[in-house]
Design a protein around this ligand. Structure first.
Ligand SMILES: [Zn+2]
Length: 260
């Protein structure tokens, strides 16, 4: 993505005086993001994970522990996992092997990626069964125009790092991938951004499913306009970060204990 953040808004981005302060921020955003996933109803049993790279030990990442409800997630529940899948920090003992197999290889392949999000949300997984990219049918869907991929090799629950590598390869330098017959995966330069892309993509899948249920073909936004809308208005990293902010304000007001 070549587009820079708008200079007049850059002052809104947090500045950290230490790696510790940055870590605390990332963990707060991660716990809040998981609560937001819970509020959207993105949980499906124990499936779904969001990761955030540690600022001091960037080969490790923070993730939600296996089998803990999104709706109850607190900062103190998060676990830190190393490149071998060992839990090196946190009170919980269980790591979702699929979370490790997918996210560790994405973080490895994409040094720019701070966070990655994946869940079996209903519209994302429904659309994934089509094996098709999203079309530029709305302003919001332009964020994903020519910036998402399809991973079309479903072979069962992802437990193997080599499949994580293939997913990372399909993702390339894009912001999102549709894992066919499975669900969506999004990444970002911040937790805030990755999570906003996931939510927005879910709703874009919902919109396209609705549109395709009508008996007429949708009118597509032309490629030049879709690209410019993505690059300059709705689809660059700051736009993702900024779009997350109202949800963060709401979730923190509703569940102030999430930062415990
Ligand atoms: Zn999954």
């Amino acid at each position: 993505m070549q587009v820079k953040n708008p200079p007049h808004l850059e002052s809104l981005l947090p500045v950290f005086e230490s790696l510790d302060a940055e870590r605390i921020h990332r963990k707060r955003m991660l716990a809040g993001a998981l609560r937001i996933f819970g509020r959207f109803g993105f949980s499906e049993g124990v499936a779904g994970h969001i990761t955030a790279r540690d600022p001091e030990f960037p080969e490790t990442f923070w993730v939600n522990p296996f089998g803990v409800s999104f709706n109850r997630m607190k900062v103190s529940d998060l676990i830190r996992v190393d490149e071998e899948g060992k839990i090196v920090e946190g009170k919980h003992k269980n790591l979702n092997q699929a979370a490790f197999a997918i996210h560790s290889r994405i973080h490895h392949a994409r040094p720019d990626v701070i966070a990655a999000a994946h869940a079996h949300s209903i519209y994302g997984k429904s659309w994934s069964a089509m094996g098709k990219l999203l079309d530029p049918i709305t302003q919001d869907s332009c964020a994903f125009y020519d910036d998402h991929a399809i991973y079309d090799d479903y072979t069962g629950v992802v437990l193997d790092a080599s499949e994580g590598d293939r997913i990372a390869q399909a993702l390339g330098d894009r912001k999102a991938a549709i894992l066919k017959n499975h669900g969506n995966l999004t990444v970002g330069l911040s937790v805030e951004e990755a999570v906003w892309w996931f939510i927005s993509m879910e709703r874009c899948c919902q919109a396209q499913i609705l549109v395709e249920s009508m008996q007429r073909s949708p009118q597509l936004i032309n490629p030049e306009v879709a690209l410019s809308t993505r690059n300059n208005e709705v689809g660059f990293p700051f736009a993702g970060w900024f779009s997350f902010q109202p949800m963060w304000q709401d979730i923190l007001a509703q569940y102030p204990d999430l930062t415990d």
